[in-house]
Every structure is written in structure tokens, then in C-alpha cells.
Design a protein around this ligand. Sequence first.
Ligand SMILES: Nc1nc2c(ncn2[C@@H]2O[C@H](COP(=O)(O)OP(=O)(O)OP(=O)(O)O)[C@@H](O)[C@H]2O)c(=O)[nH]1
Ligand SMILES: [Mg+2]
Length: 284
Amino acid sequence: MKTIQWYPGHMAKAMGMMRGNLALVDGVVFVLDARCPASSFNPKLKELAGSKPVLYVFNKCDLADGRADALVSALRSKGAYVVKLNATDSGSRKNISAAISKLVEKKREASLSKGQTRTFRFMIAGVPNTGKSTLINLLAGSKRAGTGDKAGVTRGKQWIRLDGFELLDTPGTMPPSFENRRYAARLAFIGSINDDILDIYEIALELLAELSAKYPARLKERYGVSEGSPEELLEGVCKKRGFVLRGGDCDVERGARAVIDDFRKGRLGGITLDGAEDIDGLDF
Ligand SMILES: Nc1nc2c(ncn2[C@@H]2O[C@H](COP(=O)(O)OP(=O)(O)OP(=O)(O)O)[C@@H](O)[C@H]2O)c(=O)[nH]1
Ligand SMILES: [Mg+2]
């Protein structure tokens, strides 16, 4: 895959908005994708958070597997504050609410000791499509923020008022360019990069290559193939699913979409693509 140079104007604007609102918040919640928490970490956002307390949420943990736990531990050993979450599960509400409250524990105690109660404000930030707005709706207990399974659903800023909390929903933002091809490819797999600018065929080949290296049994189970070049694997997918054109050739475009869709919807089982090597060198 070529280096992606993609930094739409709305993202530059969003970064400016976040910078402008940082002084108003008591802490920042970074929503990462548990399938690739290093790839979905935006160092520019971390820089922006400055000295504010930060919580990292490994969201979509229902789509990841046990390998994500090793990454949670790796980050914790770096001193980061991390929790796992499935934001679509209403049963997780209490846990995430408590985790966010903990960010301001000292501040809350200080104001209580002065007999004051105050509202704490948090900025919810991250790359597109990681579930920021879904997390806000989970905390609110109702659909207050717009959500959708594609990149770039939230555009402007939106403050959501809850009991004792105010949350700032922000648009997903990427670093201005990806020098790291591996991160960029994984962001494409999880739908963080607008599909309109991607070559779906190429992305599917990259995904098949990663899956055959890390999860061959899953490929075998769903498509009946697990070995060979990515092109051969995609052909196997097409044959298994009956994606064959009139002349007998494989409909590779359709096969490519099916592979990506299966991955995104969790039909290949829980998958974690980032490993410890991807965390190293990132300043969480
Ligand atoms: N399986 C699963 N899906 C989730 C989870 N959290 C969010 N989603 C889905 O992921 C998609 C994106 O969620 P949003 O909340 O719109 O993501 P966002 O980070 O606000 O996206 P942008 O506003 O585009 O940056 C939606 O289809 C959600 O239903 C989760 O924990 N597990
Ligand atoms: Mg959103």
C-alpha cells in the first residue's frame, strides 16, 4: 500500500477545536480499537492532551481476543491508565463511568472537602470509527450522539450533559500522514479511513496476508483456505462463497469486500492484530 496522505480539512478544523476546548476539560478519554490499539493511537492527540489526566479505552473488545490483554498489560506497565470496553453492551456502563470518575478522584475530593460539588468535563477523542459517540450514548443511557459504522460520522463538537459529568464528543482525527504502513493498513481494516479513498482489493490482500500469518485456522474454518499468496487466498474465498463471474473468473472485487466485511463484523471471531512490537516506541 502506498503511503496514505489523507488529512481532510475537517480534521484540521477538529484539531483546532479540540485545542481550543482543552482548557475547559478535567481529563481526556482516548478511545482506541482493541483489535489494534497501537495503530489507532494518534500521537498528535496525545500531545494535545498535554498534562491532563488520560484514560485509554480499548473499545470493541468483543471483536478482539485474548491477545489484547497482553497489550493492556504492556500499556499499564508503561504507567498508562487503561480499561477494556464493549460500548454496545449496556452492562458495561457502570464500569466505564467509574473509570472516568477515577480520572478526577483527587479533584473531586478536594472540592468536596471545601463543601463544593462541581461538574467535571471530559473530552472524548480518537481516530475515526472507534466508538467515541457510542461510548457517550452508553454513559447517557440514550442515543444523544450520532453513530454509524463508517469513518467521519461526527463532524462538529457536541457537549453532552450527564449527572455530574459533561462530555465533549469530537470528530475522529488522524495524524496528518502515516509513515507506518502497518498502522495505516490496520486503520483501513477497521474502517477508520474512509473506504472511498481506499483500494479495497489491495486492502483485502493485506488483511488476508496478516490473517494467514496470525490466524490461519480462522481462514480455514470460514473460507477453506489458509495457505498461499494473498491472491491465491482471495481466489479461495471467491470459490468458497461462489463469487464467480460469467466467464468463470473469480469476482475478486466482491470477494475483497466480503473478507473486509467479515473481519469488521467479527465473523472471523475475535482478532487482535497489533502485538507488543507495535506498542514499543509509542508515547502512551
Ligand atoms: N462490536 C462493537 N461495535 C461497536 C462498539 N462500539 C461502537 N461500535 C460500533 O462502531 C461503529 C462506530 O461507532 P461510533 O460511535 O459512530 O464511532 P465514532 O468513534 O464516534 O466515529 P466518528 O464519529 O466517525 O469518529 C458503530 O457502528 C457502532 O455501533 C463496540 O464496543 N463493539
Ligand atoms: Mg462519532
